[in-house]
Design a protein around this ligand. Structure first.
Ligand SMILES: Nc1ncnc2c1ncn2[C@@H]1O[C@H](COP(=O)(O)OP(=O)(O)OP(=O)(O)O)[C@@H](O)[C@H]1O
Ligand SMILES: Nc1nc2c(ncn2[C@@H]2O[C@H](COP(=O)(O)O)[C@@H](O)[C@H]2O)c(=O)[nH]1
Length: 198
């Protein structure tokens, strides 16, 4: 269920959605469901300096770049926002593709961390900021462990960040609880101007 409502205007929608939430809440899984069921929605592909996980493809899940390439993107002003996430790697949103998608009238979505969302809030306040929340802390830990892609030390780091991110829920316009992937994806799409369901 949608727990929050956009402050001031309960019916507010936007062509640009910024989706954030703690590690392993299901942001990527929900975004993949949106990609599958709503091809009219454009999803940003972030650049990152972290190593690909098994099955991740360059240009689809991320642009996997070196530290030097990431530095150059920052220097050229190519990134709409960027941050060091989980004290581990840098992640950033390439600016050009977002501007192109919006200019061509597509609904667009960024799936980024809290620090990045705060930066986009400064530069694109017209965006709608959506917080994806787990049904419970225990379920969040279950999902992180169940994904099986991080070491114990990395999981600990991610859960430390997750506590701070959960405390920032009130900064967002809308909260969606990710009980079930497709239901959460549909709630997200319903907030977008220009999607099939708008
Ligand atoms: N509604 C759900 N119910 C049960 N499991 C889920 C649900 N949503 C996602 N998951 C599972 O939780 C795990 C984490 O999901 P996902 O990788 O999408 O999270 P994320 O928020 O993108 O994480 P990160 O921020 O660390 O990249 C995956 O194994 C996924 O299959
Ligand atoms: N500030 C940004 N954060 C981003 C971006 N792309 C992804 N992320 C966030 O990073 C973490 C970790 O992701 P993972 O794939 O290593 O598990 C997660 O919270 C993402 O939302 C970005 O462009 N900018």
């Amino acid at each position: 269920m949608i727990e929050g409502a956009p402050a001031g205007n309960p019916n507010r929608r936007s062509r640009l959605i910024v989706l954030a939430g703690p590690t392993a809440v299901g942001k990527g899984t929900v975004a993949a469901d949106v990609r599958r069921t709503h091809p009219e929605v454009w999803l940003s592909v972030s650049a990152t300096t972290r190593q690909p996980r098994p099955g991740e493809e360059n240009g689809i899940h991320y642009w996997f770049v070196s530290d030097e390439e990431f530095d150059a993107m920052i220097e050229r002003g190519d990134l709409l926002e960027w941050a060091v996430v989980h004290k581990a790697a840098r992640y950033g949103t390439p600016r050009g593709p977002v501007e192109l998608a919006l200019a061509s009238g597509h609904p667009a979505m960024l799936e980024i961390d809290l620090q990045g969302a705060r930066q986009v809030r400064e530069t694109m306040p017209e965006a709608l900021f959506v917080f994806l929340k787990p049904p419970s802390w225990e379920e969040l830990v279950r999902r992180l462990v169940g994904r099986g892609t991080e070491s114990e030390a990395e999981r600990e780091r991610r859960l430390e960040t997750a506590r701070a991110e959960l405390a920032a829920e009130s900064e967002f316009d809308v909260t969606i609880v990710n009980h079930e992937v497709h239901a959460a994806a549909e709630q997200l799409v319903a907030l977008m101007v220009g999607s099939d369901s708008s």
